[in-house]
Ligand binder design. Structure first.
Ligand code: CO
Length: 142
Protein backbone atom coordinates (compact mmCIF):
# COMPACT_ATOMS: atom_id res chain seq x y z
CA UNK A 1 0.00 0.00 0.00
CA UNK A 2 1.11 3.53 -0.75
CA UNK A 3 0.97 6.06 2.08
CA UNK A 4 -1.60 8.81 1.62
CA UNK A 5 -0.38 11.16 -1.13
CA UNK A 6 -3.37 13.34 -1.98
CA UNK A 7 -3.64 16.68 -0.19
CA UNK A 8 -6.48 18.25 -2.17
CA UNK A 9 -8.00 18.40 -5.63
CA UNK A 10 -5.78 20.98 -7.30
CA UNK A 11 -7.84 21.34 -10.46
CA UNK A 12 -10.30 19.70 -12.78
CA UNK A 13 -9.36 20.44 -16.39
CA UNK A 14 -11.89 20.91 -19.16
CA UNK A 15 -10.77 21.05 -22.79
CA UNK A 16 -12.48 23.84 -24.72
CA UNK A 17 -12.21 25.09 -28.29
CA UNK A 18 -12.71 28.78 -27.51
CA UNK A 19 -11.12 29.88 -24.26
CA UNK A 20 -12.73 33.32 -24.19
CA UNK A 21 -16.19 31.88 -24.83
CA UNK A 22 -15.68 29.44 -21.95
CA UNK A 23 -14.50 32.24 -19.64
CA UNK A 24 -17.56 34.27 -20.57
CA UNK A 25 -19.85 31.32 -19.85
CA UNK A 26 -18.30 30.76 -16.43
CA UNK A 27 -18.79 34.44 -15.62
CA UNK A 28 -22.34 34.71 -16.98
CA UNK A 29 -23.71 31.38 -15.80
CA UNK A 30 -21.79 30.82 -12.56
CA UNK A 31 -20.40 34.23 -11.61
CA UNK A 32 -16.92 32.74 -11.64
CA UNK A 33 -13.83 34.86 -12.23
CA UNK A 34 -10.51 34.01 -13.76
CA UNK A 35 -7.74 33.86 -11.15
CA UNK A 36 -4.88 33.08 -13.51
CA UNK A 37 -4.21 32.86 -17.25
CA UNK A 38 -1.08 31.41 -18.80
CA UNK A 39 0.29 29.96 -22.04
CA UNK A 40 2.25 26.76 -21.44
CA UNK A 41 4.41 26.41 -24.55
CA UNK A 42 5.70 22.94 -23.67
CA UNK A 43 2.16 21.54 -23.77
CA UNK A 44 0.91 23.78 -26.59
CA UNK A 45 -1.95 25.15 -24.50
CA UNK A 46 -3.36 28.31 -23.06
CA UNK A 47 -5.15 27.82 -19.77
CA UNK A 48 -7.18 29.80 -17.31
CA UNK A 49 -7.84 28.89 -13.71
CA UNK A 50 -11.18 29.65 -12.10
CA UNK A 51 -10.78 29.44 -8.33
CA UNK A 52 -13.33 27.42 -6.36
CA UNK A 53 -12.48 27.35 -2.62
CA UNK A 54 -8.91 26.01 -2.48
CA UNK A 55 -9.14 24.27 -5.86
CA UNK A 56 -9.50 25.37 -9.46
CA UNK A 57 -11.39 24.59 -12.60
CA UNK A 58 -8.89 24.78 -15.44
CA UNK A 59 -10.18 25.69 -18.87
CA UNK A 60 -7.62 24.57 -21.40
CA UNK A 61 -7.39 25.26 -25.12
CA UNK A 62 -4.73 24.32 -27.70
CA UNK A 63 -2.34 26.92 -29.14
CA UNK A 64 -1.08 24.69 -31.97
CA UNK A 65 -2.32 21.78 -34.06
CA UNK A 66 0.10 19.19 -32.69
CA UNK A 67 -0.87 19.95 -29.09
CA UNK A 68 -2.18 16.87 -27.23
CA UNK A 69 -5.23 18.93 -26.31
CA UNK A 70 -5.88 19.63 -30.02
CA UNK A 71 -5.84 15.86 -30.64
CA UNK A 72 -8.13 15.32 -27.66
CA UNK A 73 -10.64 17.88 -29.02
CA UNK A 74 -10.49 16.33 -32.51
CA UNK A 75 -11.18 12.80 -31.28
CA UNK A 76 -13.33 13.29 -28.18
CA UNK A 77 -14.66 16.83 -28.41
CA UNK A 78 -14.91 19.32 -25.58
CA UNK A 79 -15.17 18.05 -22.05
CA UNK A 80 -13.36 16.66 -19.03
CA UNK A 81 -9.67 16.33 -19.86
CA UNK A 82 -7.90 15.46 -16.61
CA UNK A 83 -8.06 15.64 -12.84
CA UNK A 84 -5.13 17.03 -10.91
CA UNK A 85 -4.38 16.09 -7.32
CA UNK A 86 -2.25 18.33 -5.12
CA UNK A 87 0.61 16.49 -3.44
CA UNK A 88 3.22 17.68 -0.93
CA UNK A 89 6.18 16.56 -3.05
CA UNK A 90 5.74 15.70 -6.71
CA UNK A 91 8.98 13.72 -7.06
CA UNK A 92 8.26 11.59 -3.98
CA UNK A 93 4.63 11.05 -4.99
CA UNK A 94 5.65 10.04 -8.51
CA UNK A 95 8.17 7.51 -7.16
CA UNK A 96 5.54 6.06 -4.82
CA UNK A 97 3.06 5.76 -7.70
CA UNK A 98 5.67 4.03 -9.87
CA UNK A 99 6.57 1.64 -7.02
CA UNK A 100 2.87 0.74 -6.94
CA UNK A 101 3.21 -0.35 -10.57
CA UNK A 102 1.32 2.51 -12.18
CA UNK A 103 2.18 3.47 -15.76
CA UNK A 104 3.24 7.11 -16.04
CA UNK A 105 3.54 9.63 -18.86
CA UNK A 106 6.16 11.78 -17.12
CA UNK A 107 9.07 9.78 -15.71
CA UNK A 108 10.17 12.84 -13.72
CA UNK A 109 8.37 15.98 -12.47
CA UNK A 110 8.38 18.94 -14.86
CA UNK A 111 7.30 22.59 -14.63
CA UNK A 112 3.56 23.31 -14.80
CA UNK A 113 1.75 26.65 -14.68
CA UNK A 114 1.78 28.93 -11.59
CA UNK A 115 5.26 27.82 -10.59
CA UNK A 116 4.13 24.27 -9.89
CA UNK A 117 5.90 20.99 -10.56
CA UNK A 118 3.70 18.37 -12.19
CA UNK A 119 3.64 14.82 -13.52
CA UNK A 120 0.99 12.94 -15.49
CA UNK A 121 -0.01 9.31 -14.99
CA UNK A 122 -1.19 7.26 -17.94
CA UNK A 123 -4.99 7.07 -18.31
CA UNK A 124 -4.72 3.41 -19.36
CA UNK A 125 -3.64 2.57 -15.82
CA UNK A 126 -6.08 4.92 -14.06
CA UNK A 127 -9.53 3.87 -15.26
CA UNK A 128 -9.51 5.95 -18.42
CA UNK A 129 -8.95 9.27 -16.66
CA UNK A 130 -5.78 11.25 -17.17
CA UNK A 131 -4.38 12.02 -13.70
CA UNK A 132 -1.93 14.80 -12.85
CA UNK A 133 0.08 15.25 -9.66
CA UNK A 134 0.70 18.89 -8.70
CA UNK A 135 3.10 20.38 -6.19
CA UNK A 136 2.49 24.05 -5.47
CA UNK A 137 5.20 26.54 -4.63
CA UNK A 138 7.94 24.37 -6.08
CA UNK A 139 9.38 27.15 -8.26
CA UNK A 140 9.01 30.91 -8.26
CA UNK A 141 5.95 31.67 -10.47
CA UNK A 142 6.94 32.99 -13.79
CO1 CO B 1 -3.58 20.23 -15.29
Amino acid sequence: MTERLLVEIDHVAIAVKDLDAAIEWYALALGAEVAHRERVEHDGVEEVLVKVAESYVQLVSPTREDSPVAKFLATRGEGLHHIAYRVADCAEALEAVKRAGVRVIDEAPRPGSRGTMIAFLHPKSSFGTLVELVQEGARSPG
